[in-house]
Design a protein around this ligand. Structure first.
Ligand SMILES: *Cc1c(COP(=O)(O)O)cnc(C)c1O
Length: 422
């Protein structure tokens, strides 16, 4: 979002305040130009013969976002059978979908297998069961390289006590299962967590995975997962994807030369592709001053965007109604009956009630984690494509809240005999 004179503009010159006037508030807006820019950055950063980017659709799962990445040539990284079905429904080819579930039942894995997508197995028990059921269907295995990464303990998934993946110390057990079942391993995978800043952390994990890979003869791909970090504020550290690309490509190409085959290098970014493409707009309902704090209370809360409360995530907040007024300090909070603080003591252009605030980096893990807590409707979503705004999800209504509820009838008289006697 750029400031032109005294107005903010989205790509193609779309005014976000016009979108609020048209579609209401609060509102999610996604800019496909930014998704495309990020996709192409990864594409050009890695110089290998075969590169595949699988968009991790749990980050933002509107079907139009999935379709857009499909048109760019992306594959799809999925973590549930429902994501697999959505991917197929919007037109991804089955071989372009990889299913990386965690702690799901063998029955769900069977369903995904029947749909023909790539299966990534992350524990020994399922590997053994799968090998006995389908020795002829090649699979990928998720290795845990025990690299401590990720900006927050809740999003670090590769450390020694993490529930994710098969420890690389357990490779002898994997080999035994593979030998006794005759299962073919077509891919190896790791995903160490969200928010990796250091290229060397990534490389350490990669080194472990390549080491494991040299023990398998029939690999087709190696999937280095994701965890690429994007800046959430000015001066924030971020993954230097170009530097990482140069280092990983060099190492990967050497590995392929040794291995004797051009393997496909895969990644499955979510946040990197969509975080910066998203904006969340909300209206200021009240300005409330206490003895020490000026609160700006908005018409949203942790029901719509939970990252600041869940992960202590920092999201930049700007007053897009008044871009040029003098800045003052505000604590921006929501309307939910919980402490739902979006930002503490932020310098924001002077806010009046009715102003529209923009919460930035609202593409990844924002709408997709939204709920109906406090019986609030989830917001509408708008996508900017080729400079035009398109409504891609309607705001919910009371019908949505009631849809699956089954109403009972209750007797008016007491139904407990003991109480009836008194
Ligand atoms: C969530 C997830 C990703 C995406 O992570 P980002 O940090 O959003 O890039 C990739 N792979 C797997 C297996 C995941 O669970």
């Amino acid at each position: 979002m750029n400031l032109e004179n005294d107005r903010y503009q989205l790509s193609g010159g779309v005014d976000p305040l016009d979108l609020v006037a048209q579609y209401g508030c609060p509102l999610y807006i996604y800019d496909t130009a930014i998704m495309e820019r990020q996709y192409k950055r990864i594409q050009s950063a890695f110089k290998v013969k075969r590169l595949k980017i699988n968009y991790a659709c749990k980050a933002l799962s509107n079907i139009n976002v999935l379709k857009f990445f499909n048109t760019l040539g992306s594959g799809l990284d999925t973590v549930s059978i429902q994501e697999v079905e959505m991917g197929l429904k919007v037109g991804f080819k089955k071989e372009d979908i990889i299913y990386t579930p965690n702690c799901v039942s063998i029955e769900e894995i069977e369903e995904a297998t029947a749909l023909g997508v790539r299966i990534n197995i992350d524990n020994l028990s399922i590997l053994e069961q799968f090998g006995q059921l389908h020795p002829n269907i090649p699979v990928c295995i998720r290795i845990n390289p025990h690299i401590m990464a990720g900006g927050n303990s809740k999003i670090s998934v590769g450390h020694i006590d993490s529930k994710f993946g098969i420890s690389f110390h357990q490779m002898p057990l994997v080999k035994r299962i593979v030998e006794s079942t005759g299962l073919a391993i077509e891919g190896l995978h790791m995903h160490t967590g969200s928010g990796i800043i250091d290229a060397d952390v990534f490389l350490r994990g990669a080194e472990i995975l390549l080491n494991v890979a040299s023990d398998f003869e029939n690999l087709d791909y190696i999937d280095f997962g994701s965890g690429f970090k994007v800046p959430y504020k000015e001066g924030d550290s971020a993954t230097d994807i170009e530097e990482l690309g140069t280092k990983i490509s060099e190492r990967f190409n050497d590995f392929c030369a040794d291995y004797g085959r051009d393997l496909c290098l895969m990644f499955e970014p979510g946040k990197f592709l969509v975080s910066e493409a998203g904006y969340f707009l909300a209206k200021v309902n009240v300005i409330k001053q206490t003895t020490s704090t000026v609160f700006a209370g908005i018409d949203s809360g942790l029901n719509h965007l939970i990252r600041p409360m869940f992960y202590d995530a920092y999201h930049e907040i700007t007053n897009i109604s008044k871009p040029l007024t003098k800045k003052r300090f505000y604590t921006v909070v929501g309307y939910i009956c919980e402490t739902d603080t979006f930002g503490i003591n932020r310098r924001i252009s002077e806010i009046n009630e009715g102003d529209i605030l923009c919460i930035h980096n609202a593409g990844a893990y924002c709408f997709s984690m939204a709920s109906n807590y406090n019986s609030r409707f989830r917001p509408a979503e708008v996508m900017i494509y080729n400079g035009q705004a398109h409504l891609v999800r309607e705001r919910e209504t009371m019908d949505d809240l009631l849809r699956n509820q089954v109403e009972m009838s209750f007797a008016t008289a007491p139904t407990t005999p003991a109480l009836a006697e008194k």
